[in-house]
Design a protein around this ligand. Structure first.
Ligand code: AMP
Ligand code: FE
Ligand code: FE
Ligand code: ZN
Length: 305
């Protein structure tokens, strides 16, 4: 069983369309794949439609949230959310707000770069991008590659776009505890994404993770390409202490990142625990707001003719 619970499509900053991603996952020998685009569920329908026979798709998203860092400051936290009702009004409103905020912020980054003489403009970054697609720095990075400013997305990040780089601007993200509650209300579950990926910038301290577990967090993404052995060991131990589910995923972004599908996976028993928690969340969501959360979807053999 190969279970990859973290991937991105063209609905955010990946380069495979949701349908292509499903085909690629099956070809890579993946049995269960979660689609977790940043701040959008726009890819769900196409993914379900395209899922090949035998592959199971778990509907999800990676939410941009902000947390206290445990050292007196604030830090960006990515929260993987699964199996929530995408039509829950709070979720629709918050995701729309985040996507608008992302575009506004990227527009300001493009404006500053253009003013400094870089050959980029809004058309090169957003041209043809549907409104429900979540725009991010990789879109600007690809525009810089296309304009010949840099030779790769990685070089664009290393020179201009990484956290703290000259052209980097922060986003106005959702407070993490609010995001956890919002997903739980919509019948879904949340997993703290790559909590110790220090190469992305500062990370939360252990006491913040303890606090999030108390706030309803279901799991921790332990196996992630940007976690070293030490980080995995510490997180696995912490998950055990806190009774949290341990997940793994490739954080596949197609050609925008080097990691292939299935590079990191989730143990079947842990996946079952995640599904069980989602079932429970669906049953206990506030009746007035109760909406039916979606379930996993397995592709069936198509009948020909
Ligand atoms: P944003 O959501 O606009 O802040 O952009 C964050 C996204 O940029 C992440 O989800 C990654 O896909 C990508 N990213 C962040 N750092 C790097 C990096 N050093 N190299 C390539 N991609 C990166
Ligand atoms: Fe991304
Ligand atoms: Fe992330
Ligand atoms: Zn991701």
């Amino acid at each position: 069983m190969h279970i990859d619970l973290h991937t991105h499509s063209t609905a955010s900053d990946g380069t495979d369309s949701p349908g292509e991603l499903m085909v690629a996952a099956a070809a890579a020998g993946v049995d269960v794949v979660a689609l977790t685009d940043h701040d959008t569920t726009a890819g769900w329908a196409e993914a379900r439609e395209a899922v090949p026979a035998g592959l199971t798709v778990v509907p999800g998203a990676e939410l941009s949230t902000v947390s206290r860092d445990g050292r007196g400051g604030a830090v960006t936290v990515h929260l993987l959310a699964y199996l929530f009702d995408p039509t829950a009004p709070t979720i629709v409103a918050e995701q729309a707000r985040l996507r608008a905020e992302r575009r506004d912020r990227l527009r300001r980054m493009v404006g500053t770069m253009a003013a400094d003489g870089f050959p980029v403009d809004e058309e090169a970054v957003f041209g043809g991008l549907p409104a429900d697609v979540s725009a991010g720095r990789p879109h600007l990075a690809r525009a810089l590659v296309a304009a010949g400013v840099v030779s790769s997305v990685k070089e664009a990040f290393d020179r201009y776009l990484h956290n703290g780089a000259p052209y980097y601007l922060p986003r106005a993200d959702t407070p993490v505890a609010e995001a956890i509650a919002m997903i739980a209300d919509a019948g879904g579950v949340t997993v703290l994404a790559h909590p110790l990926a220090a190469s992305r910038g500062p990370v939360v301290s252990t006491d913040v993770i303890v606090e999030l577990a108390g706030a309803g967090l279901t799991g921790i993404e332990v196996d992630h390409p940007q976690h070293g052995e030490d980080a995995r060991r510490r997180l696995r131990w912490l998950a055990g202490e806190l009774g949290l589910v341990v997940t793994g995923g490739s954080d596949y972004h197609g050609r925008n990142k080097p990691t292939p599908l299935r590079a990191e996976t989730t143990a079947p028993a842990q996946f079952e625990a995640l599904l069980a928690a989602a079932k429970q969340a669906d049953g206990t969501s506030v009746p007035a707001r109760r909406t039916s959360a979606p379930s996993v979807h397995t592709g069936r053999a198509r009948t020909s003719g």
